[in-house]
Design a protein around this ligand. Structure first.
Ligand SMILES: CC(C)(COP(=O)(O)OP(=O)(O)OC[C@H]1O[C@@H](n2cnc3c(N)ncnc32)[C@H](O)[C@@H]1OP(=O)(O)O)[C@@H](O)C(=O)NCCC(=O)NCCS
Length: 286
């Protein structure tokens, strides 16, 4: 084992080989990091860092910048034989320094609810758990989408009002899945406007006053990231999501929902079941 000093520096494409070496078994399903490495090295929306000891890469981390003063911490990995020697703590502090430089006021991350070493490492630096989210899954169905419509910019006020009154806002501290990647961010009017422009927001039912809205995203799968409104309207929107996902040639549709009784009831009523382990969202003021 190397004994030299730990250096933290910007990651390069040359680090990929070593990173692949120690991340292939990070989680039971493997790790996304080697595939994402080149993109993350090039990305202007975040800083990818590595820790090295005598030129051996022993850890990685990324501070992503989401706008609105929000940073996102990800890709926190330490080579097995170097764990519990304070390397994650050093990497997290270095990532914080980058985020502060970018004028971020808060930094957040997600981790599996059962990942105790990660909880310890983050809590030690001052992170506190905010909300648990789960990925829920249902089968899609073919059909006509005549009971939901895409939102227009003129629906903004109605949507914002429903959001303000929603249990989703109350229980999640306003944190919802972001538009890209496994990231969470604050629900803001600007982000809602962007989603409306991209035709990812749907309203139900087609009455004068909308009674509910959902925000969707299509990545590898079709996902509902925000579901707000009266229960009957929500059930119509879940049904709409199943049809939209089928139209996008998907077999399954997903809802990213907070792990609370109200969401479980909606999921059961709409035929959604948990897909995998829960995710805990942590936050730390900078
Ligand atoms: C989580 C991880 C990054 C921690 O890295 P690390 O370099 O071992 O962490 P540190 O040495 O800086 O430890 C920080 C604190 O967490 C605690 N900790 C770390 N691993 C622990 C473990 N397995 N069990 C209990 N506590 C642990 C340490 O004891 C330390 O607290 P202390 O100083 O009060 O003792 C590392 O275990 C890892 O790479 N895991 C796999 C990838 C992963 O899960 N990343 C997080 C995904 S979000």
């Amino acid at each position: 084992m190397a004994t030299g000093t730990i250096r933290i520096r910007k990651a390069t494409l040359h680090d990929l080989e070593q990173v692949t070496e120690f991340t292939h078994d990070t989680f039971s399903w493997g790790d996304y990091l080697p595939q994402a490495w080149a993109r993350l090295v090039e990305s202007k929306r975040g800083d990818l860092l590595v820790a090295d000891v005598d030129r051996q890469v022993v850890g990685t981390i990324r501070a992503g910048f989401l706008g609105n003063g929000e940073a996102w911490l990800e890709a926190v990995r330490v080579r097995h034989e170097f764990r519990q020697r304070g390397i994650a703590s050093l990497l997290i502090q270095a990532a914080h320094a980058r985020a502060i430089k970018k004028r971020c006021r808060v930094i957040r991350l997600e981790t599996y609810v059962h990942n105790i070493p990660a909880h310890r490492a983050f809590e030690k630096i001052g992170y506190r758990p905010q909300i648990e989210y789960s990925m829920l899954e249902a089968k899609t169905r073919a059909g006509e989408l005549d009971f939901a419509r895409t939102a227009k910019l003129t629906d903004m006020d109605a949507c914002l009002e429903m959001w303000e009154r929603s249990w989703l806002k109350r229980f999640t501290k306003g944190l919802v899945p972001a538009d890209f990647g496994w990231r969470w961010w604050e629900f803001t009017p600007g982000r809602l406007r962007q989603a409306i422009r991209e035709k990812r927001v749907y309203l139900a039912p087609q009455e004068k006053m909308p009674r509910g809205f959902m925000i969707t995203r299509l990545r590898d799968s079709f996902e509902v990231t925000v579901m707000v409104g009266a229960p009957r309207a929500a059930m119509k929107l879940f049904d709409a999501a199943k049809i939209l996902a089928a139209n996008a040639e998907q077999e399954n549709v997903y809802w990213l929902a907070p792990h609370i009784a109200r969401a479980k009831k909606w999921a059961a009523d709409a035929g959604f079941a948990p897909d995998e382990d829960g995710l805990l969202i942590y936050a730390c003021e900078l």
